[in-house]
Design a protein around this ligand. Structure first.
Ligand SMILES: [Zn+2]
Length: 332
């Protein structure tokens, strides 16, 4: 019986088609060594899990034991605590009762003390009131006496003061009257003296003013005379200067007029001379022209005469020669 084995994962197949399907699938198969390693790891992990579970079980047992022990201990401690609390409560109740008894005793003592104290205070206050009443009565009597005495003294003093004031007023009135009379007399004297002094001062002032006015008038007259003199001198000077300037200007104008007249005369003479020269030149030119014309006319006349003579000679040569021969020789 032949078996078909995959070389990679070493699986055995009974038919070849199964091996071909196995080899032709897309996901590659796991190699034999990897599979062995994976199986070993799984076994180790299972062993570790078993050991951990054992340890956990042991720990759980120990914990349960410990918890039960702790419960026992807690129950014992709670019972102990309850007993202690009952004892403490009993003690507290005893102490409270003792405190209440003590407080009641203290209250009784305090009440007794307060009653005694109040009685003593009442007695003291009564005694104090009696003493105060007596003292007040004595003080009141004394104050009345003092007031009466003071009133008497005041009345006496007032009377004395009034008398003194009246005497002082009379004295003051007399003094004032004397002073007023003295003042009036002094004032009258002073007024008279002042009036006299004022009159003298006014007289002196008027005299001084009149003198000053006279001096001022004299000075003004002098100044006015000097001013008039100065003005007259200045006017004379100005007139003289104006006359001089006018004479100078007239002389200058006359000189300038003479110069201008001379210049005009010279220019007129020059113009006349030039006109005469021009006229002379024109007359000479006209004479020459007329003479030239005369000569030209004479020449033309001679030429015409000569031509007539020549014509005559051409036409009548024989006769001309005869006439020439006949004419005297000096006529040529
Ligand atoms: Zn395989």
């Amino acid at each position: 019986m032949t078996k078909y084995v995959c070389e990679r994962c070493k699986k055995e197949f009974k038919k070849k088609s199964n091996l071909d399907d196995h080899l032709s699938r897309k996901k590659l198969c796991e190699s034999y060594e990897d599979r062995l390693a994976r199986e070993k790891e799984q076994k180790e992990k299972e062993k570790e899990k078993k050991q951990i579970e054992k340890a956990h079980k042991l720990a759980m047992k120990e914990e349960n034991k410990f918890i039960s022990h702790l419960d026992k201990v807690i129950q014992q401690t709670e019972e102990h605590k309850k007993l202690q609390e009952q004892e403490r409560q009993n003690e507290l109740i005893r102490q409270q009762e003792l405190k209440k008894q003590q407080e009641q005793e203290e209250l009784r003592l305090q009440y007794e003390r307060q009653q005694k104290y109040e009685e003593q205070e009442m007695l003291r206050q009564l005694e104090l009131k009696r003493q105060r009443d007596q003292e007040e009565m004595i003080i009141h009597h004394e104050i009345q006496r003092q007031k009466e005495q003071e009133e008497l003294r005041r009345q006496q003093e007032l009377q004395k003061q009034k008398e003194e004031q009246e005497s002082l007023r009379q004295i003051e009135i007399q003094y004032q009257k004397r002073q007023t009379e003295l003042r009036r007399q002094h004032d009258l004297k002073r007024q008279k003296e002042e009036q006299e002094s004022l009159r003298q001062i006014e007289i002196q002032y008027q005299k001084k003013q009149t003198e000053l006015r006279r001096q001022q008038q004299i000075q003004k007259q002098k100044e006015q005379d000097e001013l008039i003199r100065h003005q007259e001198i200045q006017r004379q000077k100005e007139h003289e200067e104006l006359a001089r300037q006018q004479d100078l200007q007239k002389q200058k104008e006359q000189e300038e007029m003479l110069r201008l007249k001379e210049i005009q005369r010279q220019t007129e003479e020059d113009v006349q001379r030039q006109k005469e020269h021009e006229e002379l030149a024109r007359q000479q030119e006209l004479r020459q022209f007329h003479e030239n014309r005369k000569q030209m006319l004479l020449q033309q006349i001679e030429q015409k005469n000569n031509e007539q003579v020549r014509r005559y000679e051409r036409t009548y040569e024989g006769r001309f020669k005869k006439t020439l021969g006949l004419l005297p020789k000096s006529s040529y």
